[in-house]
Design a protein around this ligand. Sequence first.
Ligand code: PLP
Ligand code: COI
Length: 381
Amino acid sequence: ADNASAADAGTSAAAPASGGPANVDWGALSFGWHPTPVHVVASHTRGGGWSPPTAVAGDPYIRLHVGATALQYGASCLEGLKARRRPDGAVVLFRPTAHADRFAASAARLAMPPVPTDVFLAAVKAAVVGNAAYVPPAGAPAALYLRPLLLGTGPRIGLAPADAYTLVVLATPVGEGGGGAGRLRTAGTTVVDGVTAVITDAYDRSAAGGLGGVKAGANYAADLLPATAAKAAGFPLNLYLDAATHTAVEEFGAANFVAVRRGRSVAEPDTYVTPESPSILRSITNDALAVLAAAAGMVVERRRVAVAEIEALDEVAAVGTGAGVTPVDRLVWGDRVLTVGSAAGRGGGGSGGGRLVALASQLAAIQQGEAPDVHGWCEVV
Ligand code: PLP
Ligand code: COI
């Protein structure tokens, strides 16, 4: 329920007509489902390669064989990226090639045929063009979210890769203007209150050799129960630890963990810290923030982050395409409350992620076309 407000839960089966005006309240969107007219499909058969991506209008259903490996064995992986409208009117995708590369890595881990970068880009762009009325106006606190999916669609009952696969790209407008937890909170460089997250101790997201490092649908299946329990207990985010020892931070259910440790003297630079582990999904947002942090003179550390270290970190945030940059002030761990910054002699609580929020604002300005894209991250559709 946190993810989908009544306004955009999309309970209606019908898709709006293609090309019609987008009757969307851009300021009221959540990260939910708002109906759009077009999705894009391409298919792959063994020996035949990929068909050109085709836009399908007015029919948000796909026909699947009952034996499809996506249904039988969860042969499914996904991506998530955003299109935004710049002040000059151009529509840009954020780092689509990085998403294509990660999608290919996910496919390979699941024994599926990777979608070539040109097919991925053509399909994503066709989904943007087909739903152009749903790309928010420049400056709106929203974006068009693109969801590429790769599904095993050939039938199998014996456990083996399918002979047929389908790429689907769907699109839906989502909010990113602050407000509810799990949304971008970047009001300039204003310091904002962070959220309280919970550490999931009874379950693991992924073991070291599992699927955690790729964007398999199964990772989100594993998270549904813990995430729902966390939300029911009042926590918008849940953090996973390493499966082997439960002593190191991994990531949130759908976002990376990033932190700042401020220099303890004027001579010591601030440090951008993020956990390194084979079972963490490498976030493209996290990577971009780390680039901006380094450019701002911060030291960037990718390393093991102990849970015991959390109170000595000055700022923590959950970062990702969907989550934006959400500052986290406290983490509840069993009967303990870990307050970010409290062991750093800074009082803790309400830090709101000063440096992280500043980096997030810088990133948002690049994504929205309000600051020069010196890193070449934005690709015009
Ligand atoms: N970690 C997980 C498990 C995710 O689902 C996501 C979202 O895609 C992220 C991290 C953030 O990755 P990105 O910044 O590439 O969206
Ligand atoms: C994304 O940020 O694209 C996600 O993966 C979020 C989604 C799984 C809720």
